[in-house]
Design a protein around this ligand. Sequence first.
Ligand SMILES: [Zn+2]
Ligand SMILES: [Zn+2]
Length: 214
Amino acid sequence: MLIVKPIPQIDESPSSIFLRAASLNGLEKVRYLLQFKDKNGKEPLKQGLSPSWRSPELFNSYMNALGITLPEGVSAYRQVKTIECIKVYFTEDLYLPSLIYRGEGSATCPHCLADKPYLRKIWSLKLIDICPVHRCDLVRVCPQCQWPLTWHRRCPKTCSCGFDLSTCEPTFLSMNNPDEVTEAIADKRQYSLNFLSDWTLRKERKQQRENRHR
Ligand SMILES: [Zn+2]
Ligand SMILES: [Zn+2]
C-alpha cells in the first residue's frame, strides 16, 4: 500500500491517478510504480500501467494493490472489439470508436491544471480541442522543450523537462465547439455520440479505401 494516496476525482483520467500516486510518494518517474511491492513482496503492477487504462478489471486490481479507493463512477476505459470497429467505453455505458481516443496526457488546459492539478478524462478525446470550461485551446506541445506532451511525466502539471504546464499562456485559435460532445457525455446521451461514431467510421473507411488504391 502507498504511504500517501491520491483521492481520485470523478472526471479524472486513469493515467492521472498513477501520476499523482507517484509524485505524492516522491517517485521521480511514474514508471517506478511498476517496482511497487505488496506485503508479500510481489510486484502487483508489473503488467504495465498503460494496459490497465483499457481494462477496468486490471485497473481496479492496481488501485486495490496501491490502497487507492475509487469513488463510484471512476473507472478505466473498456476496449471492446466488434465487427464494425474497436469501441472504447468512455464510461460503463457510453462508447466511442477507438480512433477518437487521443491517448493519455497529450492535451491539457493550463487554467484547469492551475485550478486543480489532475488530468481530465475528456482531454483524452480527439474531438476536444478546446477546454469546455475556459474556452481556450488545449496545450499539446510543451512551450519549453517543444515536445508533444505525453503521460510520461513527473506529475499531471509538470512536463518531463520540468516545465510547469499550468503557467502556459493559452491561445484561443481553435474554431470548434466541444459543448455538444461534453454535454452528451455528461448527460449520457449515447444517441448523440452515435452520430459522431458513424461519421468517424465513414471517414475511416474512406481513408482505408483511398490507401488501398494508392
Ligand atoms: Zn480549462
Ligand atoms: Zn517540456
